[in-house]
Design a protein around this ligand. Structure first.
Ligand code: PGA
Length: 259
């Protein structure tokens, strides 16, 4: 029922030539598929070039961040409308690197979420606990707080049309080679689904996709996706290699075929 969403977050890793090359390779390797939506998320300055490279493919374009104002004196920031202009359909909000390195707060992320959805973009709101938070059994509390903060005043109308995606990314699993087990991930995903149900009711909550992220590889993709509430993957390091990422998308197609 929920189409999988597989997204490659390239972070601040690739130059222009590498970005276009990788995008072209992926455009060739990943055919259109009804069960899986695939999104490439390059850095801002290469959005335009990547958009052109994937123009005649099934791949979609995402941005790593967004600002909440429409225009004005906000040096260095980029508005939702500007992203749309270069073909962006998805935007990450609250990636843990922005929360922890750049100090972004739930209140700021809420403004970004609302502005991007209002402009017609789909928001991937990222949540997840740190290792000390997990070890002190605060995972659900942290995730609940991030969801409540990020989704304040985001009402049912705004989340229709698949405008909202949640990405559960345990901070201790990002770029570390440590992955949550499918069971650990499913436990948090099901908790997130419950919070979404409280906010939006059962039928709407059932349509909202919840991605897992954190050291996803082709070797663990299928097992994670086999879980009931894991509806896609947010892939960092493994999205920088064309074959590995294409294999993850293929694994998703196969799991979807069986689910
Ligand atoms: P990783 O990153 O796959 O390299 O762990 C995931 C992410 O940060 O989105």
């Amino acid at each position: 029922m929920r189409e999988y969403l597989i997204a490659g977050n390239w972070k601040m890793n690739l130059g222009r030539t590498e970005s276009v090359y990788l995008a072209r390779e992926l455009a060739d390797k990943i055919p259109a598929n009804d069960a899986v939506e695939t999104v490439l998320i390059p850095t801002f300055v290469h959005l335009d070039a990547v958009h052109q490279a994937i123009a005649s493919s099934a791949l979609k374009l995402g941005a790593q961040d967004v600002y909440y104002e429409k225009k004005g004196a906000f040096t260095g920031e980029i508005s939702p409308a500007m992203l749309k202009e270069v073909g962006v359909q998805f935007v990450l909000v609250g990636h843990s690197e922005r929360r922890h390195i750049l100090g972004e707060t739930d209140a700021l992320l809420n403004q970004k979420t609302r502005a991007a959805i209002a402009e017609g973009l789909s928001v991937v709101l990222c949540v997840g606990e740190t290792l000390p938070e997990r070890q002190s059994h605060q995972t659900n509390e942290v995730v609940a707080r991030q969801l409540a903060g990020g989704l304040a005043k985001v009402d049912s109308d705004m989340v229709q049309l698949r405008r909202l995606v949640i990405a559960y990314e345990p901070v201790w699993a990002i770029g570390t080679g440590l992955t949550a087990t499918p069971q650990q991930a499913q436990a948090v995903h099901s908790f997130i689904r419950q919070r979404l149900t409280d906010l939006y009711g059962t039928s709407l909550a059932r349509t909202i996709r919840i991605q897992y992220g954190g050291s996803v590889r082709k070797a663990n993709a299928a097992d994670l996706l086999a879980e009931a509430d894991i509806d896609g993957l947010l892939v960092g390091g493994a999205s920088l290699a064309a074959d590995e990422f294409a294999d993850i998308v293929r694994a998703a197609e196969q799991v979807k075929g069986k689910k």
